[in-house]
Design a protein around this ligand. Structure first.
Ligand code: TPP
Ligand code: SF4
Ligand code: MG
Length: 305
């Protein structure tokens, strides 16, 4: 007990980074650090099962604020319970307004794009006052990187081992969420910290459902050297694979438009999950198809400008 009290006294970042069983170079953890530094300790994280669950090992947690664990599909329902409890305590005068807490769902893409989508949609319908933070490592990372609805076409995962990788396509979660017309929605990545910080600063003072998708380069699941996390993240943006954008007042705005995009190949070839596109021979048709999809997206953005 005295050990926890000592840790809380440390004047360090809001998330204590030591002693956690996370992989080195985890892009999801980097995004969480950056988000938490802005939100601060008056935050309750409602954490759906996934890699970030491993941060807290009972009875210890690196979060200086509060943390609650839920089943994969249930985090927005858990967030509703916490929000309701806080509202009741405030109405009863048991906590003051400045003691109120920000309720934040912390979830992977397996829940956000799949198992938990129903609960998220319901929370938006109820106009739940919460932030929903999805770190998107494009697979079920915690259980060995099986494919999820966020896995990109052609990627090798534990459950898409064929020569052409995952046959499906990454779901457009941003568009699905935007169709619910929430007050705020944004994509971010830890390798663009200023863009991320500006969006979280904006989101934290709004009321209602605020949704953030953080692309999370994952050295273990994507098969790259942990020292490359920032470089891979920057390439995701510079090739146009990961558009940085936000949805505000019913409009989508891109917050970074790269005029001279790099070929998507520059991003793909640095990751073992795409190695079969290059060895034993180049799969020109798949590479061209991937490039065309990205080009088509940005052509539409440019035409709409
Ligand atoms: C209903 C259900 N099925 C399976 C599991 C096992 N499980 C725990 S974490 C996890 C992966 C979750 O993937 P994601 O949400 O993308 O988070 P990540 O592990 O990538 O951080 C799975 C399948 C579970 N906890 N609950
Ligand atoms: S598997 Fe990936 S997302 Fe999970 S802790 Fe490791 S690097 Fe992070
Ligand atoms: Mg995942």
């Amino acid at each position: 007990m005295s050990e926890i009290q000592n840790l809380r006294d440390l004047p360090a970042t809001h998330l204590l980074g030591t002693g956690t069983p996370m992989c080195a170079g985890c892009g999801g953890l980097a995004a969480l650090h950056e988000v938490y530094d802005i939100l601060g300790t008056r935050t309750v994280f409602v954490n759906a099962a996934g890699c970030m669950t491993l941060l807290a090992v009972y009875p210890f947690t690196p979060f200086r604020g509060s943390w609650l664990y839920t089943a994969m599909a249930a985090a927005p329902a858990g967030a509703q319970g916490v929000r309701d409890a806080l509202d009741i305590l405030r109405a009863q005068g048991k906590i003051a307004t400045d003691e109120d807490l920000q309720v934040v769902v912390l979830t992977g893409d397996g829940s956000a794009y799949g198992m938990g989508l129903n609960a998220t949609s319901g929370a938006m319908d109820r106009d739940l006052d919460f932030i929903y933070l999805c770190y998107d490592n494009e697979g079920y990372g915690n259980t060995g990187q099986q494919y999820s609805s966020a896995t990109p076409h052609g990627a090798r995962t534990a459950t898409s081992q064929g020569t052409r990788g995952y046959p499906g396509f990454k779901k457009d979660l941003f568009a699905i969420w935007a169709a619910h017309r929430p007050p705020y929605l944004a994509t971010v990545i830890s390798s663009e910290p200023l863009d991320l910080a500006r969006k979280i600063e904006w989101a934290k003072d709004i009321r209602g459902p605020r949704l953030i998708i953080a692309m999370a380069p994952c050295p273990t699941g994507w098969e790259f050297d942990p020292a490359e996390t920032v470089a891979i993240g920057k390439l995701a943006v510079e090739t146009g694979i990961w558009p940085l954008k936000e949805y505000r007042d019913g409009k989508v705005v891109h917050t970074k438009i790269v005029r001279q995009r790099l070929p998507v190949e520059e991003y793909l070839r640095r990751q073992g999950r795409f190695a079969h596109l290059f060895h034993p021979h180049r799969q020109e048709d798949l590479l061209a198809e991937m490039q065309q999809r990205v080009d088509r997206y940005w052509r539409q953005v440019e035409e709409a400008e």
